[in-house]
Design a protein around this ligand. Structure first.
Ligand code: ACM
Ligand code: ZN
Length: 764
């Protein structure tokens, strides 16, 4: 009878899932297949036996396998001799988070130097197969030996700009665990809301955890009229800390000082320079309202808050912020100025008295926490006023601060906006994405990041203790959006943090990603599929007068395309090799990814106007970071979209753009169209003036069109504007175009003037 039942059960789920460690992300350092002809079968009769340190790991393993496959493993503390998985500590393993998986026909042994190592062995096992209801998993006879490259593998979640419920925080921790991250940087306070109960400071949660409404979009003049907020009680925090710890994740709480502090001021106005009244900020950006550094109450406030925070979070590291603290208030505050005097601070080359005052307040917090056995982390602005002790620097404004700190012998965590800000768009096609922070960070760029800068010596490199992704939530309103912005970029990050740089391989990564994406599916995670999009590259051949188009998609997916604007489908025009375009066309293309369908249709207008295939000379210099691929970008037949960072736009600030396009022979010309791209928050505005001049000899030019535009106002929408300058049809060989940035846009205090981002200069 029993045998009959078992046979019935196996015949229902007859096909075993096959595990393959080559598909695990992050990729284990060493995978040695010991036998091809056999396997270990994990099934309902498999027993997980664990030593005493690994009881919680046995519970994790059992749950992961049950959720993914339905297989119900038994667990026991006792020894077992057949069909078992053993979870054990092995002191001989070198790295505290290292692990080893040894599989034989009879058993699967997962060992770690510590229970953290065993936990990562379990993660690797669960990621080695595609989740599916089944009666068994065939695990190859294999030896996996693995350890992480970095000891600090973090991700930041900002819960101030948008609040996420405790269930969401648990889910976030599960996401980090799945990717072998071990630090959750919890950004708990900012201008838009205070998020953690401080018993000695009840007004923080009573008055500063719910803002009355929130700005819509990128600081438009509109508000949603809806209160938003919430906070975590100390009990909730302690439960979350324990949940994280059980998954080898340390929580680094951040209380941002002395800037990004408008929530603190809203609750306790006496600790601000003006005394208030203050209210929670309803917009995004950097507020000028900061903690008053000349007020004793401010220091008592810091002690009260950090004292309770230190008690709630058992980890060594506490983040005390230090970023983006404008000094406007301090300059005009009698108390701050008196403090500066009392401390004997004076302006020094490269270091103002106010910057040194910031150092004073940060060191006050640092000393307080050091006495409690803690170590502080601060954003790289901490370096501006000078820094002491053993503070850890978090390098976010590029790598410069991190390099400087490592050279000073300080430990560093790399989180440069360029590679680690996951609130940025993950595709250039931003019109078809949820609203995000203006920045562009495709997954391939994340993947390619090496946190150890080349400038550092091997000795200095030891101070780069890890890297971290940041999810700032101004434009991430729901937890589903957190998932979408994180995944699968978190998978790319996990290889940056875990794997040696030389062992990374983007092709291998994308090929093995499917197994992980199926894991996301089984966990109900909302992930982006934009890495499946068609990627098109264009190269102009001026002599042959054509544009070569090369299409690509990850994992050698089949691509179908059209050039007449019609919708592509799988019945016609399979892409097989690069092709030429000689006339204006609309390229549309799709890539087919088995099991994942197709992404949005790739759509590009190739505009072969009179200026294309012609010589262009730029007489002025773009801003250093905004050179695109050189001035050929301005007449390459391709138009930039609202993504300023797509590589199609050249940015000018210090100088006007002045460019001459040489038409080669006499041409009739009657219109020049210049596109500009506005992203107000990034100080990029439309042009204030455009001039078109024509010439027959390239020496004497005649102005044929001049347009001046009113200053940009804050209520205007971001995006692309086409400036069309029409004039009497004229014969010309040279067209010179001047584009002047709006250096004084209204209502915006733009230091150094606004940029103008220019793309295609179309000549008709
Ligand atoms: C930051 O992005 N202000 C650290
Ligand atoms: Zn002050």
């Amino acid at each position: 009878m029993t045998i009959g039942l078992i046979m019935l059960a196996t015949s229902i789920n007859a096909i075993a899932i096959v595990s393959d460690f080559n598909n695990v992300i992050p990729r284990p350092n060493n995978i040695t297949i010991l036998s091809d002809s056999d396997h270990f079968s994990l099934n309902n009769n498999t027993v997980v036996c664990y030593d005493i340190d690994n009881e919680s790991n046995s519970i994790h393993l059992r749950k992961y396998i049950k959720d993914a496959t339905g297989i119900d493993l038994k667990t026991t503390h006792k020894k077992h001799c057949k069909n078992f998985v053993r979870l054990a500590i092995n002191e001989k393993i070198y790295n505290p988070e290292g692990y080893r998986i040894s599989v034989s026909k009879n058993c699967c042994l997962i060992e770690g130097k510590t229970k953290a190592g065993v936990f990562y062995g379990i993660q690797t096992l669960r990621k080695s197969f595609v989740p599916e209801k089944s009666a068994s998993i065939d695990i190859p006879i294999v030896l996996v030996e693995d350890e992480p490259r970095f000891g600090y593998r973090g991700a930041l979640l900002d819960v101030s700009r948008h609040f996420f419920k405790t269930e969401d925080i648990y889910r976030f921790i599960d996401m980090l665990a799945l990717h072998n991250l071990n630090i959750f940087h919890w950004h708990l306070s900012d201008d838009q809301g205070w998020r953690i109960e401080i018993k000695s400071r009840p007004e923080l949660t009573a008055k500063a955890s719910v803002r009355p409404e929130t700005v819509i979009g990128h600081n438009t003049p509109k508000y949603d009229g809806k209160p938003h907020g919430g906070f975590y009680t100390q009990q909730e925090v302690r439960d979350i800390v324990e949940y994280a710890s059980d998954r080898n994740i340390v929580i680094v709480p951040e209380i941002d000082l002395p800037g990004h502090a408008q929530a603190s001021l809203t609750a306790y106005p006496n600790i601000g320079c003006t005394g208030g009244p203050y209210e929670l900020w309803k917009i995004w950006g950097v507020s000028e309202e900061v903690l008053c550094a000349g007020n004793d109450s401010t220091y008592r406030f810091i002690e009260d808050v950090l004292g309770e925070v230190a008690d709630m979070f058992p980890g060594e590291l506490i983040h005390i912020g230090g970023d983006e603290c404008p000094k406007t208030r301090w300059k005009n505050c009698a108390k701050c100025q008196a403090k500066i005097k009392e401390l004997g601070l004076t302006d020094q080359p490269g270091r103002t008295a106010e910057q040194q005052l910031q150092r004073y307040i940060m060191e006050f917090a640092q000393d307080f926490l050091t006495k409690r056995g803690k170590r502080v982390i601060g954003w790289d602005e901490m370096l501006e006023g000078g820094i002491g002790g053993n503070a850890v620097i978090m390098s976010w404004q590029g790598e410069k601060g991190g390099i400087e700190a490592a050279k000073m012998g300080l430990d560093v965590i790399m989180t440069p906006t360029s590679h680690m800000y996951f609130d940025y768009y993950q595709t250039s096609d931003i019109e078809n994405e949820p609203n995000a922070n203006d920045g562009y960070l495709p997954i391939e760029k994340v993947y390619g990041y090496d946190p150890v800068p080349k400038e550092l010596t091997p000795e200095q490199s030891k101070h780069i203790i890890g890297s971290q992704a940041c999810l700032w939530s101004a434009y991430i309103p729901t937890f589903k959006d957190v998932e979408y912005m994180s995944l699968p970029r978190l998978a790319a990050l996990s290889e940056v943090q875990w794997c040696m740089h030389e062992n990374k391989d983007y092709k291998r990564f994308t090929n093995s990603l499917e197994t992980l994406l199926r894991q996301y599916d089984s966990m109900g995670l909302n992930y982006s599929r934009r890495l499946f999009d068609v990627d098109a590259k264009f190269s102009t051949d001026a002599d042959a007068k054509h544009i070569m188009v090369t299409l690509d998609a990850v994992n050698n997916a089949k691509i179908y395309y059209t050039l007449d604007g019609s919708e592509p489908d799988t019945k016609k025009n399979l892409y097989t090799k690069p092709f030429e375009i000689t006339n204006s066309s609309t390229l549309k293309a799709i890539a087919i990814h088995d099991g994942f369908g197709t992404g949005p249709v790739y759509n590009e207008k190739i505009d072969i106007h009179k200026g294309v295939f012609r010589n262009i000379t730029l007489h002025t210099s773009p801003s250093s970071n905004w050179c695109a691929a050189g001035c050929q970008t301005l007449n390459d037949a391709l138009h930039g979209n609202a993504n300023r960072e797509s590589g199609r736009w050249m940015g000018f600030r210090e100088e006007d753009l002045v460019a001459t396009i040489e038409l080669g022979d006499d041409n009739e010309v009657s219109e020049v169209e210049v596109s500009t791209c506005m992203v107000k928050n990034k100080w990029s505005f439309h042009a204030s003036k455009i001039v078109v001049e024509l010439s027959g000899d390239g020496v004497t030019f005649t102005t044929v069109a001049t347009e001046e535009y009113p200053h940009i106002t804050w209520d205007q929408n971001d995006g692309v504007r086409k400036h069309s300058l029409k004039f009497e049809p004229s014969i010309a060989r040279y067209v010179r175009v001047t584009v002047q940035p709006d250096r004084k846009p209204e209502g915006h205090n733009v230091h150094g003037g606004g940029y103008v981002f220019v793309d295609e200069i179309v000549i008709r």
